[in-house]
Design a protein around this ligand. Structure first.
Ligand SMILES: [Zn+2]
Length: 332
């Protein structure tokens, strides 16, 4: 804990967790083995299996209905309650995570981004990685128009390319979906690569999504259509982005959707940049969503706001590291 505000938060969490037993929501993205993972969002099947084995034996893992019941009715959680969630809708969730969840009899909620389902296309940050970090044969400079402004990035060394990748990733995450698409089109042209993605980075097909929905240990939730930082959109645009993913999932699965997670979902912001805001919460209520999760550190109590619940990101931790983190998550 490096700075004063972190210490203040730890003390607040510690006191709140003493007042009432907390629940912790874990956030995963992928369970697979990748050649490179610059966002560090993938957990290997071996580590995931060990993590679930530990959760099944030492914690109470709640399914989506049970978790929703406690949040909606403002009821205190059973001791050491954990709720497992996945963001984005990668195909590996179905092929690699689900079999392990089923084998360990541990439930999880899968939030799905709908725009690239059943296509060979990748989500834009993966696409950015594919273009910049999987081929060193790139032009030495990238000039790109983002949102009407020209940017220039060096791409003449591996280090420069890596820095450009991280810089673009920060800029694009606060752009509207059309601007991201326009930036990606320029990157395809500049690199000579097309939009077709890697099979290792695709999202689920319709059949895989339906299979997931029918599985005993999986529940489906919404995660917008095109994965924008909804806090950068007007109220109407938020309603449309969130609403479209809900509509597509309901149409495909034939079941009402009540779960949602904010893309990116951090609570921190830079100047006017927001991942979500008061309009996002209003839009979620308007759409009839009942349990909405964000992505910032914290525990859930009966008094937590069900429209911006904290979640804790799980990394590719070996079991001893995971065990230590889990103990901490319930304390501070
Ligand atoms: Zn996401």
């Amino acid at each position: 804990m490096g700075n004063v505000s972190q210490k203040v938060f730890s003390v607040m969490h510690y006191v709140a967790n003493k007042v009432q037993r907390p629940a912790v929501i874990l956030l995963y993205h992928r369970v697979t083995t990748l050649q490179q993972d610059p966002q560090e969002l993938s957990v290997t099947p071996v580590n995931f299996n060990a993590q679930l084995t530990h959760l099944a034996s030492d914690y109470t893992v709640l399914d989506a209905d049970r978790f929703l019941y406690h949040v909606k009715n403002k009821k205190a959680f059973p001791e050491r309650s954990v709720f497992i969630t996945f963001d984005d809708g990668y195909a590996d969730n179905y092929h690699e995570a689900l079999p392990i969840l089923t084998q360990r009899e541990v439930p999880a909620l899968f939030y799905i981004t709908t725009s690239k389902l059943n296509t060979p296309y990748e989500l834009w940050w993966d696409d950015l990685e594919r273009i910049l970090l999987t081929d060193s044969n790139l032009p030495p400079v990238l000039k790109i128009n983002i949102n009407g402004r020209m940017w220039q990035y060096p791409t003449n060394t591996l280090m420069a390319i890596r820095e450009t990748y991280y810089a673009l990733q920060q800029v694009l995450r606060f752009c509207k979906p059309d601007m991201i698409d326009a930036a990606m089109a320029q990157l395809y042209e500049w690199s000579g690569k097309d939009a077709t993605g890697r099979p290792s980075h695709r999202l689920m097909t319709w059949d895989e999504l339906k299979g997931m929905n029918n599985a005993a240990y999986a529940t489906i939730g919404c995660h917008t259509h095109r994965h924008p930082a909804v806090g950068m959109l007007s109220y109407e645009e938020q309603l449309a982005e969130i609403g479209k993913s809900k509509e597509i999932l309901e149409g495909t699965l034939g079941a009402p959707q009540v779960h949602f997670s904010y893309p990116f979902g951090g609570r921190k912001f830079l100047g006017s940049k927001r991942y979500y805001n008061a309009d996002s919460i209003k839009a979620c209520k308007e759409l009839g969503l009942q349990l909405v999760t964000a992505n910032y550190y914290g525990q859930v109590h009966s008094w937590s706001n069900p429209y911006a619940l904290p979640r804790i990101l799980v990394r590719d931790w070996p079991i001893d590291v995971f065990r230590r983190h889990m103990q901490q998550f319930f304390k501070y």
